[in-house]
Design a binder for this molecule. Structure first.
Ligand SMILES: O=C(O)CCC(=O)C1=CC=C[C@@H](O)[C@@H]1C(=O)O
Ligand SMILES: [Mg+2]
Length: 339
């Protein structure tokens, strides 16, 4: 890993701003409470790159995402593992009603794995059970079903929910509880007795110390995302230090950000899990020409840098006020990183 440069040189602010385009793309299903995804794209010397921290994130957290964007647009990407030119991906099922599951899953071509969102605020365990049951029916016994609670349960709730959902043969449970201590406890309570693996997502990507979860024995695997972890090289280093299996997932990006995730997946020494990189299917549009979007075909996406269509940057262009908001954010975030 020592040949990996994971601290990219920051371009000048003016250079960044000149290269920036801000788009707003509606989602076709509400996800993370959002119905429109705003993102900034830069045409870097090495190719297009994306900067899309969620709007509520502060400058320090957004700084890690900017580092990732610069890394992908300005630096050489670490080589993929020989022969890995496409990545198997999972369907991502938002917390929709059971009747909608079939329609949402039909968008993901050829995916054998589905990740089901659970523990959504305002819903009940019965809603989760109905949604997961329907997903299992659709993927069949050969398919893989994992769930993601985004830390929405306390330990008792998690134990009850996981026991109620275990009959659907879960591949793993992603971030059932919020804290590392709770993950240790739930892993003790259900890990061995039910044989269900626990994955850490927020405990890696939002933690001050992304390795703490591995050190504490709080997870069987980690979910890694290129932008929130500061880019491909830095994410690879985290995986190496954690010493746990990893699954790459998206940060709800356009095909440009997804390409960053695909390059990360391609460069992982081991890749035993289908990756959560099919989320362009949750968008109503994209910034790359139709037919070149990184959406699954036959359950995989290619490892390539997509071309951006200038006409689509215009079509999806954010309002003047929102573009200014992003310019201000990049200015603040850049200053934060340059310190
Ligand atoms: O992993 C997937 O299947 C898709 C990506 C995904 O679920 C997420 C993307 C962006 C924000 C997150 O809240 C969410 C996640 O928790 O993993
Ligand atoms: Mg998650």
């Amino acid at each position: 890993m020592d040949d990996i440069v994971d601290d990219p040189i920051l371009p000048e602010l003016d250079d960044l701003l000149e290269r920036m385009h801000v788009v707003a793309i509606p989602l076709n299903t509400r996800f993370r409470g959002q119905t429109v995804r705003e993102l900034a794209l830069f045409e870097g010397p090495r190719g297009w790159t994306e900067f899309s921290p969620f709007p509520e994130y502060g400058d320090a957290e957004a700084g890690t995402w900017l580092r990732a964007a610069v890394d992908f647009g300005w630096n050489e990407v670490p080589a993929g593992v020989a022969g890995r030119t496409s990545i198997r991906v999972n369907a991502t099922l938002p917390a929709v009603a059971a009747e909608q599951v079939e329609g949402v899953l039909a968008r993901y071509d050829g995916c054998r794995t589905v990740k089901v969102k659970v523990a959504e605020r305002g819903q009940t365990l019965d809603d989760d059970v109905a949604r997961v049951r329907r997903a299992r029916e659709i993927v069949g016994a050969e398919g893989r079903v994992r769930i993601d609670a985004n830390g929405g349960w306390n330990v008792d709730e998690a134990e009850h929910a996981i026991r109620s959902l275990a009959e659907f043969d879960l591949e793993y449970v992603e971030q059932p509880c919020a804290s590392v201590e709770e993950l240790v406890e739930i892993r003790e309570r259900v890990g061995e007795s039910l044989g269900i693996a626990i994955a850490a997502d927020e405990s890696v990507r939002k933690a001050e110390d992304p390795i703490a979860v591995a050190r504490a024995g709080a997870a069987d695997l980690i979910v890694i995302k290129a932008q929130p972890l500061g880019g491909v090289a830095r994410a690879l280093r985290i995986v190496a230090e954690a010493g746990l299996p990893a699954v790459v997932s998206s940060a709800l990006e356009s095909s440009v950000g997804i390409a960053m995730g695909a390059h990360l997946a391609a460069a992982l020494p081991e890749l035993d899990y289908d990756c959560g990189l099919a989320t362009v299917d949750l968008f109503t549009g994209d910034v790359v020409p139709p037919g070149e979007s990184l959406v699954p075909r036959g359950g995989t996406i290619p490892v390539e840098r997509p071309r951006v269509d200038p006409a689509l940057l215009v079509e999806h262009r954010a309002t003047d006020a929102r573009r200014q908001w992003w310019a201000d954010r990049v200015t603040r975030t850049h200053a934060h990183l340059a310190r």
